[in-house]
Design a protein around this ligand. Sequence first.
Ligand code: ADP
Length: 282
Amino acid sequence: MMFELKNVTRRFGNKTAVDSVTLDIPQGQMVGIIGRSGAGKSTLLRMINRLQEPTSGSIHFAGVEVSSLRGQALRNWQRDCAMIFQQFNLVPRLDVLTNVMLGRLNHRSTAMSLLGIFTHQERIHAIAALERLGIEQTALQMAGTLSGGQQQRVAIARALMQNPKMVLADEPIASLDPLNAKIVMDALRDINEREGITVVTNLHTLDTARNYCERIVGMAAGRVVFDGKPSELTADAVKQIYGTDKDGAGIDETMTSTSINIPAAAAAQQSAGLQSLALAGL
Ligand code: ADP
């Protein structure tokens, strides 16, 4: 099963957010998409899930053109590629278990969902998914009361309830501290390795992409400017992806690090550094 993007382009007015992207992703790969803010990473993921339509080009999965699916077939596709967001997108006033079961929405009738009627089997599935993520003890808490790291794990459990073939994660750790970032990335790696689910994740930090992804796609100004293994991501390639700053200095790799494994004091320093990098528009 191959997932293919062919010359996919998306314009907003006269701005080209994604510019003729062609990618083949075999089932089971863990792919990190990196690039500066505004490079087109998020638009690319949203087009895969059909939250946004391409202006031109086509998207295929196992030979089916997903870019032209409608109605039930489109909903099935959106179930097959579960999406995870930076801000978790849970329903904060519902309990965790119900949030996870909402992942079944596209598997069941609207009436049953609206009435909040879930089967015994669905409850068992949801609890198993929470156990898998190590947060079953939160099942009856309101989702909004959980920490960010816990909420993202709930979102992953909800995605698993969809029985997806692919998980699309849009900056899943950008709002998390280093420890929770590690837990969430470990969880994504685990579902990739154990279930063979393809994971395509946007990441704003290089070291996370290097540590977790077997393949890195670098984007700049809507185009793919790098596509290879972490070991092939040389300093030159990094420069092509991130460019140089306004003073002409090259981008140092440590500047785009979440440093998931570093001790707390260094992490605090790093996060201050990251904030200034964010302010600089990276
Ligand atoms: P990234 O995820 O790499 O930060 P995005 O895909 O969010 O990049 O954005 C790529 C470009 O497209 C940016 O210039 C952004 O301003 C523009 N863009 C994204 N979404 C919209 C939209 N809905 N309307 C207008 N412009 C958009």
